[in-house]
Design a protein. Structure first.
Length: 363
């Protein structure tokens, strides 16, 4: 997963036939294509200017002092560039990078083995850090502050704690749910960055860069069309770009025009607002099946034949952010915008505030 240089020319692509084009999570069959499109420096990193400037200052100060940077916590939805930023940190510091994930570290011994194998100044990228086990978290506290770990050998009264000094390293933690991180762990990070969804202009610039690397003739209007349907997420934008390229090569002359992009995205069931089949199924079930709600998450998942985790983690964040769906204590409720997007007439009672009873209403 080494980031490719922007001047490396064309890169190869791996395609999955059954991957949801709007799924923000990366899949194993497209890692090669995504890795080749990653920017290698902060200057190449499009969007997130506030985070880039802050992180650049932290890294420049560390280089000036000749020390390792503070530990960095990157939080935000999937597909916004947390892994890319971790690789950029290693590249900017001319340091190697070790990559692991929270679910892979279930025992304190697993973490001790990784930490003891680090070299001086190495960057340790821990993805999904909020899913790490509690014993491993306790060991990580000591490693982040004092750069040592205590390995317990044996059990019961005869157990012995062996202190191990580890080289100074920089931990880069990535999480999609910062609220699930324990307070003591969150406080040990010297720099915390919250990644936001990208503006359409930033996504257009990312698409133009990716088109050069992939050798695609991308028209400006096509870049606008793809960016507007990418949910503010670079990973989705690059995935849609590759799917539109496939359509243009098979159905047309290979050039990506606005008409070709619109036709391709229509084929992949991505509408002009970025909603896909699952999003529309959720809204359709809410409006047609349950009169707009409120509906419980489990009932809604059964209605669209999906898992509750899929609804909650893939569909809901975008629908809530775009104002199609509301979460209430009683369940999920469709908004007026959802009714209008489906071409339905919202109920007459929608948007009318309830009348508070007065002292004389019962007489």
């Amino acid at each position: 997963m080494t980031p490719a240089s922007a001047g490396s020319g064309r890169v190869s692509d791996v395609q999955s036939a059954d991957t949801d084009p709007l799924d923000p999570y990366v899949h194993s069959d497209e890692q090669a294509a995504e890795s080749a499109l990653r920017p290698a420096t902060l200057a190449e990193f499009g969007g997130q200017r506030r985070v880039s400037d802050q992180l650049g200052l932290v890294l420049a100060a560390a280089r000036h002092r000749g020390t390792t940077p503070d530990h960095v916590l990157l939080s935000g939805p999937p597909g916004l560039g947390k892994t890319t930023l971790a690789m950029i940190i290693a590249s900017e510091m001319s340091a190697p990078i070790r990559i692991s994930s929270g679910p892979a570290i279930q025992h304190a011994g697993d973490l001790a083995a990784i930490l003891s194998g680090l070299t001086e100044g190495e960057v340790f990228f821990l993805d999904e850090i909020h899913r790490m086990s509690r014993p491993a978290e306790e060991m990580l506290y000591l490693a982040m502050e004092d750069f040592r770990v205590d390995v317990v050998v044996g059990k019961g009264p005869g157990a012995t704690a062996i202190p191990l000094d580890i080289p100074r390293f920089t931990l880069v933690g990535a999480t999609t749910r910062a609220g699930l991180l324990p307070g003591p762990l969150r406080d040990r990070f010297g720099f915390t960055a919250q990644l936001d969804f990208y503006a359409a202009e930033d996504l257009e610039a990312i698409l133009r860069r990716s088109a050069v690397l992939l050798g695609i003739d991308l028209h400006a209007a096509a870049a606008v069309e793809i960016a507007s349907r990418s949910r503010g997420t670079p990973r989705i934008a690059n995935r849609l770009l590759r799917r539109v390229r496939d359509y243009a090569q098979v159905k047309a002359d290979g050039r990506l025009t606005q008409a070709i992009a619109a036709a391709a995205l229509e084929l992949y069931e991505v509408d002009p607002l970025g909603l896909d089949r699952l999003d529309r199924a959720v809204l359709d079930a809410l409006c047609r099946g349950f009169g707009g709600g409120p509906v419980g998450l489990t009932t809604l998942a059964l209605a669209v034949a999906e898992e509750t985790e899929t609804i909650e983690e893939v569909a809901e964040p975008f629908l809530v952010r775009e104002g199609f769906l509301m979460r209430t204590p009683r369940g999920r409720v469709a908004t007026r915008r959802a009714w209008e997007h489906l071409g339905l007439t919202p109920p007459a009672s929608m948007g009318v505030p309830p009348v508070a009873p007065d002292l004389f209403s019962g007489e």
